[in-house]
Write a protein that binds this ligand. Sequence first.
Ligand SMILES: [Zn+2]
Ligand SMILES: [Zn+2]
Length: 424
Amino acid sequence: MNDFTITGGTIVNPVDNYYGPGTIVVKKGKIAEVRKGKAGKRGNVDASGLLVCPGLVDMHVHLREPGFEYKETIYSGSLAAAAGGFTSVACMPNTDPPLDNQEAVRFVVQKAKEAVVHVYPIGALTKARKGKELAEMGDMLQAGAVAFSDDGNGVQNSVIMRRAMEYCKMLGVTAISHCEFDDLADSGVMNEGAVSSRLGLGGRPRIAEELMIAREIMLAEYTGSPVHIAHVSSAGGVELIKQAKKKKLRVTAETCPHYFSLNDEMLESYDTNLKVHPPLRTKKDVNAVKKGIASGVFDVIASDHAPHAYEEKALEFDYSPPGMIGLETSLALVSTELINNKVIDWLEAVRLMSTTPAYILNIPAGKLKAGEIADITIIDPKHEWTFTEDDIKSLSKNTPFVGKKFIGRVVRTIVSGKTVFELK
Ligand SMILES: [Zn+2]
Ligand SMILES: [Zn+2]
C-alpha cells in the first residue's frame, strides 16, 4: 500500500494546534494533503474512534549496538519502537566502542537502513565518554549525528562541559546532559532517603542530580549555548528548570514515564527492574514531575529505553545494571497516567512525544503537513489492555510494567507511508 487515505479519525496536530476530524492523503511515502473536517467519502484506512498523530519521536534510547547485541540491536530496537508508536528514535552513544568518532556514527547510520523506523545517532561529547577531552563532534555531525551527549554519565568536569556546550552551539546542535555528579551519587543504587535507610541500600542523593542541572543552566546562561537536560527525576530539578525558563534561557528538559508513574517505596520489592539512574524518587517528586508536565516546564517525554539481559538484572540490587526498557510502554503510560488523570491532553502529549523532540534534534518529523514524510501513528485512546511479555519486541525484557493495566494503545505505526506495526 503506497498511496492511501486515512479518514474518520481525530487528527492531533500540535504544529497548528488542531484536534478535530480530518483526512490525511498519503502518496509515495509523503503526506500529500491534510484536510480538516469530516470526510465526504471513506478512505482505505478507517480511523473511526482513533487518533491520527504525527509519528512519535523518542529522543533518548539505548540500542546497544555495537558491543551489546545480546541486549538489543538497532533492528530489534526499531521493532520495539514501532510497536510503541515511534517512527523516529535517537540512540545514545554508550555502546562498545562508543559513538565518539565519525566511523562509529557511520556504522549506526548504515545499520539504521535495515531498521523499520528512522534511527538517528547521538554522538559522544567527549572521547570514550570519559569526560576528559572533547570528541570530534564536527566530524560526527557530518556523518549524521543529530545531537551530542555522554549519557550514562554526566560530564563531571565543568570546563569540559562548558567547551562542549560552546562547541555544540557553534555547530548548531544541542548538548544533552545526563545530570549526576558521580562523587555525590557515590555508589548509591536508589534514592537517598527514608526508604533507602530502611532497605539498607546505598543512596544516590537528589543533590547529585540537582547540582549538575544547576550547573548546566548556569553554563547555558553564561555561554548562551543550548542544553537539553535528560531524564529529570526530582522536585528540585523541576524547580530549577522552571526558573531557567522564566529567564528565557536556551534550556530544554525531558522526563521519562517511570518518573511520573513509579516511586522509591516500590523498591521494597527489591525488583531490580526499578533500578534506574537517576533513581526513582519519592511520591512528592513524582507529583512535582507531573505538575511540571502539566505546567509546561517539560519539553519532552522520552523513554530512556535501556535494555539489559535477564542474567544481568537477576543479579543482586547492588550489582544489577541501571535501566529499564520503555519503548513499548511509553505512550500507554502517558495515556494512562497523564491523559486519563487529566494532567495533560492529547495535543500536549503529542507535542511532548513528537513535535518538540523533533524540533530539538532538527529532524524531519513531528508534523502532519503536506510535503512531510508520511510518518503517522494511529492510537486507540480508549483501548483497555494488560501489558504482557508477549507485547515486548525488544530483545530484553527488563521492565517493571508487565501485568500493568493500561488505557490507550498504539494500533498502527506508519513510517514513510509503510505500515511497520499493526495491532492484531
Ligand atoms: Zn542518562
Ligand atoms: Zn539514557
